[in-house]
Write a protein that binds this ligand. Structure first.
Ligand code: DGY
Length: 324
């Protein structure tokens, strides 16, 4: 069999490129910027596989890649896949599950602590030389310990967040998920809660559900109206789970106390997005999985998937919806 041809549409460590090169002929984008669409369409026209991050896989892209067997995502989320189209065209799609759970859970806690204890504002206060002997009441925060944490989406990341909350911060943890998780409830002493009741009673609401047709704008004007005025919303999953217009309204009109965000409806965030001017929101640039070792392991896993799939074999992390 000829060596398969693959395209690496994102800059990755050279060592991983070398691994791919042992099995496949590869071309790469290699720059830190996002690959322009025409360049990508051009490059994948004779390829068996492509490895990428966040680029939409739809009819238009697949029309330019008649030989394509596999799309290997360098991410756990795969909301960039049009699963119906991929299924119909017999294209395999993979993700990198299980690697980032603790890394994202750590960042969620960073967002909880920064939002509740005004850590970012306090840092600017000191660096701007505003610290005097007068006690600054504006920097008074909200307790995290012993408060109620509501987690929406109790997968592996949700479980890792619940563990930190329960064991480290003595929080009362409630969760909402499509399926109940009796084992997690028993092991960690957390409680299942109906969606509306969680929205109404949580001090912190953490969104960790995947983006699907059912979770698009799950948190909208109606949900913000039900939240405690002292609630803090944390989103580290996908931006479109929250209607950003409703979030801006809730933050500007004190319907909630604050928010900690790693994700947005449009990424990178637009310079005209009101969120960047609102003081009671922490805005991070989608860095949930962003530690060197986690990213390296994700790229390595994506490379294994790419190589396997480009030979027409079933890769280890074929997403469940595409398993035949
Ligand atoms: C993931 O892997 O899904 C992270 O959110 C990075 O995109």
């Amino acid at each position: 069999m000829n060596r398969p041809k693959v395209y690496i549409a994102r800059k990755i460590p050279y060592e991983v490129e070398e691994y791919i090169g042992k099995f496949c002929d590869y071309e790469k984008w290699g720059k830190n910027t996002e690959i322009p669409q025409d360049e990508l369409f051009n490059r994948i026209s004779d390829k068996d596989g492509v490895m990428l991050y966040g680029i939409k896989i739809d009819e238009a892209l697949l029309d330019h890649a008649p030989k394509l067997k596999i799309v290997s995502n360098i991410s756990a989320g795969y909301n960039n896949f049009n699963l119906e189209v991929m299924k119909r065209r017999n294209i395999m799609g993979t993700n990198t599950p299980g690697i980032l759970n603790d890394t994202v859970a750590d960042l969620v806690f960073g967002l909880i602590l920064c939002s509740a204890r005004k850590i970012v504002q306090a840092d600017s206060y000191v660096k701007n030389c505003n610290w005097t002997h007068e006690y600054n009441l504006n920097l008074l925060g909200k307790d995290v310990h012993h408060s109620t944490l509501g987690i929406i989406g109790m997968g592996n990341i949700g479980t890792a967040v619940a563990k930190r909350a329960k064991l480290g911060f003595d929080m009362n943890v409630i969760y909402y998920n499509r399926n109940r998780k009796p084992e997690v409830e028993k092991n960690l002493g957390i409680q299942y809660c109906e969606f509306e009741s969680l929205i109404k009673t949580s001090d912190f609401i953490v969104l960790l559900t995947p983006l699907t047709k059912d979770t698009y704008h799950l948190i909208d004007f109606k949900e913000f109206a039900m939240m405690k005025k002292s609630a803090i919303l944390i989103n580290a999953s996908r931006g479109q789970i929250v209607n950003e217009e409703a979030l801006v309204d809730a933050l500007q009109n004190q319907k909630i106390l604050g928010a900690g965000l790693d994700v947005y409806e449009t990424e990178p965030i637009g310079t005209d997005n009101p969120l960047i001017k609102i003081p009671n929101v922490i805005t991070l640039p989608h860095i949930g999985s962003g530690t060197s070792s986690t990213l390296y392991n994700m790229v390595k896993t994506a490379a294994l998937n790419l190589v396997k799939g480009s030979y027409g074999e079933i890769p280890p992390n074929l997403v469940p919806e595409l398993i035949k």
